[in-house]
Structures are given as structure tokens and as C-alpha cells.
Design a protein around this ligand. Sequence first.
Ligand code: GLU
Length: 507
Amino acid sequence: MSKKVRVRFAPSPTGPLHIGGLRTALFNYLFAKQNKGDFILRIEDTDQNRYVEGAEAYIIDALNWCGIFFDEGPGKESGYGPYRQSERQLIYRKYADQLIENGKAYYAFDSAESLDSHRKDHEQKGKTFIYNWHNRLKLDNSLSLSPEELEIRLAREENYVIRFYTPQDEVLHLTDIIRGNIQIDTNTLDDKVLFKSDGMPTYHLANIVDDHLMEISHVIRGEEWLPSLALHHQLYDAFGWQAPEFAHLPLIMKPEGKGKLSKRDGEKGGFPVFPLSWGDSVGYKEAGYFPEAVVNFLALLGWNPGTEQEFFKLEELIEIFNLERVHKSGARFDPEKTKWYNHHYLQEQQDSILINAFRPILLKKVAKEKAFDKSLLNNNDYIASVISLIKERASFVSEFWELGNYFFQTPGTYNEKVVKKQWKENTPSLLTKIANLLETLDGFSSSVIEEEVKKWIEDEQLTFGQVMAPLRLVMVGDLKGPHLFDIMALVGRAESVKRIRLALDKL
Ligand code: GLU
């Protein structure tokens, strides 16, 4: 590759970033880093009506949370800025003028009302109104006006827009890295507005001018922009600039497979569609996902490594990602799979991170649960040991309490069904003997308890079920949990014995 790789993520700050947008950012980032290039964040805020306060900060926070750090962008100038289009407003006009001078664009004075009535007229006849070669000479623009009339109307400062002059009867040959060659008949295109009457460029003009000035080498963006490719391609030609390479990423589809994934789907299915919370919508972060899990599942939405491998960290993705393996067809979103990824990254997480995430839950429980042994709260080693015993069953830290509450408090109740089935006439006498045995053990590690209890069961000629089920019931309050002797070793000898005696009293 001769030219330095420079790619950009160019969101419009019209609301929170959808995970589709986040995936676009991720793929741009991976491509840039793999090619030792630059990843640029450009805020496309030329549409003042759609501007939403806080959206830009949200986008930056979301990228940072995922570890997708930009090299250039708002607050990180590098000679190509500013990076907000609203701050570049004065740049664009001269490019629009240049196109007018070259005959590639023209002034159009049609009012919104008159365009609307044309549209309605067409609809009534079952047609679609397209502003282009077949009617532009009948409309109110500099092509249909005489030079004198035009001059007068410009001098009167009448409202106008600047439209691109799409040539007639041409076939455009476009290429897309993912989609290959694409042919477009220019007769199907409309003369898009490049510059608006409010003095602002439209997305199309600003986008092309900025990509050129910022020396963008590859435009990697969502499939929804594919219809704009023909115009963008023509704009590069009209300016006489070399166009970047283009790659249009497949849409992210609903879990059912048909249609684009929307905020509604998330609400219906109870899964996040935004990386961070926004208003009432809970984000992946707040729902307890690790950024590694989000990056991993996003990477595989529309791309595959060509192997069976499913777990990828950001660093590895930078090594092996390639645009050629991005699919053309939409990528079905699978909310269950996101949980599976989170389960995986939860197992890998450092103790300190898990403890910090679990602590607020424990603090809430301390305030509510009378039996909670407060002395355990500051015992990080203890909490880490609890986590290491239960995490295999968890996909989220929020499940830890349900899975391990009995490590922090003596069970006060027992699962009745289990009691009915497992609490036999001889159970109290067996458990009393076990309690006595525990008190005399030399050491209280899991393996010591296991060895001695098993030996005792054999000596007494009992079955394991006769002892183990009630013993678990009194330790946990139920028949669930990890290896029983691990539980007993961790809560300790005194607490284990206490739990047996308490149950003997209660049951
Ligand atoms: N501002 C456009 C968006 O919101 C950018 C499209 C592009 O990358 O060209 O997605």
C-alpha cells in the first residue's frame, strides 16, 4: 500500500451510538491499527435540526470504554482539524462554488412547497418525483433561467440550494472492497443537494471535502451509505481528486433475521442495543457486560476469521482482521451469544475487577440481610475465594449473590422440597456425628474434610446420598452450589459446625 492508511469514523451526533455504529468504528480502528495507520473521529454535525446535546460525549465515552481510542478527533488535534464539521463551516462554500464554475453543480430556487406539490402530482400518477435530467429544465434553477435572470435573483439574495448536476446516459463503474464491482446507470440518480439555503453543506459535500482534506485512504462505513457511493464517486471526479477506497459493511439484522436491528428489538427482547446507557435504555456496560465481550461479539458480526476460533481480544483482532473476509449479507444479531461471550470473559477477569464489581451488591445486601456477616466485607481474599468457586456458573457479576449468598450468611431457611425428600429419621443423628467429626479434624482444608467424611461414611456403611444431601442442605439451604467440601473449607470449621447444629434445631 503506497498511501498512508487513514480511516475515519464519522458519526452524526443525533443520539446514542447504536452497536452497528460501534462496529463500524471497531472495523475502522482494526484496519487502521493493522496497517499502522491513523484512526480519526470526525463529528458530522452539519444538520442543526438533528443535533442532540450530549451525543458527542456519549460517542467518545463509548469508544473509550471499548478501548477503541482515536488518534485524531475533537480535543486531539493533529493538523487536519477541526474535527467537528460545524467548526469547518467556512471551508465548504468555496468547493460548492468550484463545482458551479465547472458546470458540475447549479443553483436551484425551488421552494419547499413547489417541490412538495411536484411530489404529490407524481404520486397521484403513480410515479416518483426525481429531480434530475428528465425534468430539471422545467424546474426553477440556473439551468432553466437566463444568465440575466439568474444574476437578478442572486443579487436579490433569494433562497437557493446548490445541486449536483448528474450526467445523463452514463454508466458508472464503482468498486467496493467487500462488494466488488458495481455498475450504476446515472439516469436513475437524482441531482442531490450539496449546499443548503442555511449556508451549511449537506452530508454529501462536507463528507467528501473532509475525506479529501483529511487524506482519508479508506472509507469503511455501513451499508446504508451504499446508495450514496455513486454521488460520492462523481464528486471526487468532479473535483479531480483521487477517491479513497470504499468498503460498505453489512447491516446488523434482528435476532429473527429479517430487518435491521432497532432499539425496539432491544426493548422487546430485553437486550441492550447501545454500548452505554442513554435515557431509559440500559447500555451493555450498565447491564454488566465486559468491554472485551462487546468487542468480541461485534467483531464477528459480519466478519469471520476463516477458522473455528471464536474468542478474540482487540490485540489479536488487529493482527488478523481483514476487510476481504467481511460478508456482503446482513449479520444476524444473537443476544444469547453475547451472554455466552460475557461468561467467557468473566472467567478471565482479574479478581480485583470482579471484587470491585461485586462489592456494591454486597453493600446493598449488608443493609438488607440481618444474617450477613459484616466482618467478611473487607476480606478481599475471602471474597476472591467465593468468586472463584461460583463464577463458572455466572455470566454476569449480578448473578454472584444468588449463586453464593450462603458464603456470607448462615442459611436461615431450607428448601422445603429438599427437606421433605432428604431429611430422614436418622439424619439428625448422622449429622450430629458429622459435626463431632468436623470438630476433631486435624486441619480443615477441602481435601482433609473430604477424606475424613468419606472414610467415616464407609466405616459406618452408609451411602453417600444419605449424608451428602442433608449436609449440603444445611450448609447451603438447598441442593445447589459448588463442591460441598470447598464450601465447608471456605466458611470454616466453626461456621460449618454451627450450620449443622442450627439445622438440627430448626428441622
Ligand atoms: N455521518 C454519517 C453517519 O452518520 C457518516 C457516513 C460515512 O461514514 O460516510 O453515519
